[in-house]
Design a protein around this ligand. Sequence first.
Ligand code: PLP
Length: 359
Amino acid sequence: MIPLVDVKAQYEPLIPALKERFAEVLESGRFIFGPEVEAFERESAAYLDVPYAIGVANGTDALVLSLEAMGIGPGDEVICPSFTFYATAEAIARVGATPVFADIDPVTLNLDPEDVAARITPRTKAIMPVHLLGRPAPLVALESLGLPLIEDAAQAFGAEGVASTGVCSTFSFFPTKNLFALGDGGLVACRDDAVAERVRMLRFHGSRDKQTFELVGTNSRLDAIQAAALRVFLPELEGWNRGRREGAARYAELGLGDVVGLPLDEPGHVYHIYVVRTPDRARIAAALKEAGIASASYYVTPLHLQPAMRYLGYGPGSFPETERAAADNLALPMWGCIGADVQERVVSTVRAAVAMAAA
Ligand SMILES: Cc1ncc(COP(=O)(O)O)c(C=O)c1O
């Protein structure tokens, strides 16, 4: 079976290095916070070119803690896309604020700044763009709207411009992400001294010293074993992202664009997920499955139509481009070291499925 993401193929050559690092952690006896976590925070801050990087338990907590640290809560509105993973809007609702959805650009599948502008009210406290599928969101246009940004960069470690603008930018290290852990993990990259200090406290029960508790926080820590793995993987990220970009170029060279709509290539895109557009997706997905190749459709029920978001009052037709993308997107295999042999099989299977439909 060809998977959608072959995580193991990426880390297999690094197993000796991982074992060495894990042995050091075992020797140290420090599993929560400690030197590995601190070193990863320093190294990721340097990579992202931000003053602060704070390790947390996962990408969802990274969003929740960023919102809380920025003082966003009941009565506030935050604008975000509906075409994204549920955690984006869930985090906004989780802190008691109201998610306000905006439509996406049909070509980039990222937030449409014009639609965002139309949805700003006196209650809007922030905009939460998502760098969806690894493609940088339009930060310059969104920043010009004059509100603080929280970048949901869960899918886009290493994409151009990511974390350059948001007060906070959040990352997930779920094992399929471009930069991944061997379990859950997350990070808040922060450009504001006071907000960073609050995120740091909130992830540990609102305390600086485990004696005095100044805020009502939570327990959301990146552990030393995950930080150790992330420190082995971070130097590989550029190579993996290059491999993904080469994979995307290869899909185009192999003629995939003759039969389905290809994602627009942009230099900063790191192809976390390789998504094509097609009216034939059910037939293509079935043919791929038959051939032992995984595929998937993302956000088939966009967030404004999810049961938990019904209270917001949106209905079918509220976001036409979002609903179109939900109906016709199909993700094909993509990872940091995907090979030509795999991609040739994918393309020939897709071609055959489309040819059968036309016959
Ligand atoms: C866009 C987006 N935001 C947030 C998250 C949440 O991250 P996590 O699963 O680490 O909580 C994810 C990923 O899974 C995501 O894709």
